[in-house]
Structures are given as C-alpha cells and as structure tokens.
Design a protein around this ligand. Structure first.
Ligand SMILES: [Zn+2]
Length: 470
C-alpha cells in the first residue's frame, strides 16, 4: 500500500489485449482498443507531484515529441485489403519509416475527436439525442449521411503512407484509377495527419497518443529504456520499508554537517547495499567538501570534493580495508589526518596514499560512523549492485563517476537544470547520462519529489545557487 502511494509514476503495467500486426486489417485493428482512461499529462515538463518518478531516458524524451506526417483516406471496409495491396505495390519507399506502432486501419469512432469526419460526429450526436428522448436534427443528419454515402457502407480510415514517401498528386492519381474510387465511385478525400514517429514506451502513453494523434499500439516493451518488468521489481525494492525518505533525510543531514563545518555547499549523498533477504546497509555517507582547505571567499573550490566523489572514494577505501591483512593499521593512518588544517596538503606524518584533494575520508560524525563499519558484502567489485541517494541531481563529472563505478540505481531529490546530467527532459541540459546506448554502463534513476524539499533544511537553498554544480 505504501509503495503505491509513494510511486509517482508506476511502472508501465502492460495491460490490455495482445495486439496483432498493424499492417493488415485484422480483427484487432478493426475493433480492438483499450478502454478510455484519463489523459496522462505527458509533455516535456518534469513531474510535479510528490513521489518516486522514474527518469525518462534521452531516447524516451525524444520519442515523446518526435512526429511524422502521413496521408490518410476513408474507404469502404470491403475494399481495405485491396487498397492496402495497391499502396504496397506502388509506393516503393513505404517501409522507409517504421510505423508498426500505428494501427494501419481504424474505425471512425476510435479516431481522435479532431479527425472524426463530420458525418460521423453528427451521427453520434443524433444517437445521443435519441437516447435522451429527443429527435431534433435527426432527419437532417440522416439526409446528410445518405446524400454522401447512398447505402452507407461500413468504412475504415487507412494510414496510406508517410507524406515523405509519396506526394499528394501522385497518390491522388493512383487512387482515382482504382476501386473503390474509380469512375465516381466512393469519394476520395486525402487528408494529412500527424503521427508519433517512435513507439510508445507505456500503455499510458499509447492511450494518450491514441487520443492526440491516431490509434497507437503499445507492445509491452520499451526500446528506449529499461524494460518495464525491471522497473517494476526495482521500484518495489526501492520503496520497501520507507527507505527512500529515510535515506534522503540522511543525505540532507550530512549535507548540513559539512555545511556547518564550512566545508561544502549543502549537498549530501548516501550509498547503500541491499543484501538478499536482509535490511539495507549504509555503506558510505558524504557531504559536499568543495571548500575544505580552499579559500571560499577568494572563489576557490575543489571540484574533486563533491559529495558523490567523496562517497565513492570512501567505498573504495572500505573495499581496500576489507581486503587488507591489517585493517587496524589502515584506520590508524586515517585517524592521523588533520582535517582542520587550512591547506589541502596532507598533515605531517599522514600516509602517502592519502590525497587531501580527494577528501575520500570522513569529515563528520555521520560520515565516520558509516566509514568505520565493515559491512560491505565481501569480494564486491567497484560499486556494482550499490545504490546512491542524493539531495541534488549530480553534475556531469559526478554522474560519470557514478556510471564508471557501475552503480545499479540512483535516486536524487532536487533537479539542477543548469548543471545536472541525469535528466533528459524538463528544459535542463538534457543529457540523460544514466541510460545512453553509446556508454558502457547503464543504471536506473529516479527523481524523489517532495512536497517541499527545502522544508526544515534551509541550508539546501541558502547556500546553493542555481549555477552551483553538485
Ligand atoms: Zn559533481
């Protein structure tokens, strides 16, 4: 129950009947369609309601806006396959654009309102009037239909071809030479319509496009992002035990700790592991440390000490510690560090392997508590199977560090339109680096939307302007 409440957009449920191929006038094409549901707001705006929101990938963001123009005609149902064969034989470039997600044939009543022919709309109105006990206007509408159709044959609407494949004159000439349009037969009305160019990535999106553009098919898969079944399982795990708000509060708290020590910019990060059948383990906690050892007033800061970089560095140190034969010695070396030194150079006597530029060791009590606990599952590799929770959307550098460290999942709180590298929609940089086919790793990523993310945490917005990279 809690999961459902917290899930901003649930994984695509894949409901509805199995669909048949769209290039033939099959039974499903003629009659099948999911029952209407509420229209989903699917524009390019970021989510506004509280909850866990799966990020759109770069390709999904593109798919939600790319369209193509196509020709459509109305024709008698009995002539459907004949005309389709005629088109396939005479429009050689027909397959140049893959529109298998579009229903090739559709009955008028399944078309979006703006595409429904006037006669059908009048007929619908008449039916409604008759149900209401009124017959006003019925003779006019019947006359109008009969004047055009004669015996009023059952008709379908056909997506003939993308406009780029055949020009209007050529197509008109071809159709007028053949049944049912030849010799003043069925009236030919060629119309241009807009179609979604790429397949929908959810049943909700298919339903929306069916109302906006043309009846559209969702094939229960997502060619532009993680498979719906993976998302469903992952969201169940992430939302279990109220962990997300707990971890986000922890990230905020450590952000406040380092900010309170004048080390950083009020950004926090928590890394966890999820042992099978056991509660989650907090592996590393880190606040931003960009000002530690640098003169903030003079405008100096240390990008290597962003919260993400520090937390990943501490995971690496814990891996080394778990593999070394003398972990006590390693901890003593760390304790020798003097973090209050004004310079970023190591303190005298500090071990040579410690680089204070990286700040990959604890600065605060919260960080130290997580760092000192040897709770990593043995024999792990980099950050494989780990999850990272962030107060803010990370910058390009930190996002690539997350990616190269091979994290499994990421949840962040506040979008950073000027610098964030995870989101692909909403008017930011649009990189969507978490799921790019040209990169050698992908991970799932969500935005954790709170009613007021700054509530009770003034440091988050008092010290972090919109240009700050996190
Ligand atoms: Zn960063």
């Amino acid at each position: 129950m809690q999961c459902e409440e917290q899930r901003g957009r649930s994984a695509p449920p894949g409901v509805g009947p199995a669909f048949s191929p769209a290039d033939a006038a099959s039974e499903a094409d003629l009659d099948g369609r999911n029952s209407p549901s509420n229209i989903i707001d699917d524009n390019d705006m970021p989510p506004s309601k509280p909850g866990l929101w799966l990020l759109k990938t770069k390709a999904e963001a593109r798919a939600s806006t790319a369209t193509v123009q196509a020709w459509t005609i109305e024709l008698p149902s009995r002539a459907a396959n004949t005309v389709l064969g005629l088109i396939k034989d005479n429009v050689p470039e027909l397959d140049a654009i893959d529109l298998q997600h579009i229903r090739r044939f559709a009955k008028a009543r399944f078309l979006p309102t703006h595409l429904i022919p006037e006669t059908v709309a009048v007929s619908r109105s008449r039916s409604a009037s008759e149900r209401d006990g009124s017959s006003r206007g019925s003779s006019r509408s019947r006359s109008s239909r009969n004047k055009r159709r004669g015996s009023v044959p059952a008709t379908l609407h056909l997506i003939v071809s993308p406009v780029s494949c055949v020009d209007e004159d050529t197509l008109t000439e071809l159709l007028l030479k053949n049944p049912p349009f030849v010799d003043d037969g069925f009236p030919l009305i060629l119309r241009e319509v807009t179609l979604p160019l790429l397949p929908p990535t959810s049943a909700e999106q298919a339903e929306l496009w069916s109302q906006q553009y043309w009846p559209t098919i969702y094939r229960k898969t997502n060619p532009f992002g993680p498979h719906p079944s993976i998302i469903g399982r992952a969201e169940e795990e992430v939302l279990a035990d109220n962990n997300v708000p707990r971890l986000m509060e922890m990230a905020k708290k450590v952000a406040g700790e380092t900010k309170g020590k004048c080390c950083g910019a009020g950004v926090g990060c928590v890394i966890i592991e999820r042992p099978t059948g056991k509660p989650i383990e907090v592996i590393a906690v880190a606040g931003d440390g960009r000002h530690q050892g640098f003169d903030e007033v003079a405008g100096q800061q240390n990008p290597m000490a962003h919260a993400v970089m520090r937390a990943i560095g501490m995971v690496a140190r814990k891996r080394v510690r778990s593999a070394t034969r003398d972990p006590l010695k390693l901890n003593q070396d760390m304790a020798a560090l003097d973090i209050n030194r004004p310079s970023h150079t190591p303190a005298p006597g500090a071990p040579k392997y410690v680089d204070k530029t990286l700040l990959d060791y604890p600065l605060t009590p919260m960080e130290r508590k997580a760092f000192n606990k040897d709770n990593l599952i043995p024999d792990g590799y980099l950050c494989v199977d780990l999850e990272i929770y962030l107060t803010h959307e990370p910058c390009v550098m930190c996002t690539m560090a997350i990616l190269h460290s091979r994290f499994a999942r990421c949840v962040f709180g506040i979008r950073m339109p000027k610098t964030g590298a995870l989101t692909a929609d909403g008017g930011g940089l649009g990189y969507g680096l978490f799921w790019r086919p040209e990169l050698n790793w992908k991970f799932l990523c969500w935005e954790w939307k709170e009613k007021d993310p700054y509530d009770g945490d003034n440091y988050l917005h008092l010290f972090l302007d919109k240009k700050t990279q996190v």
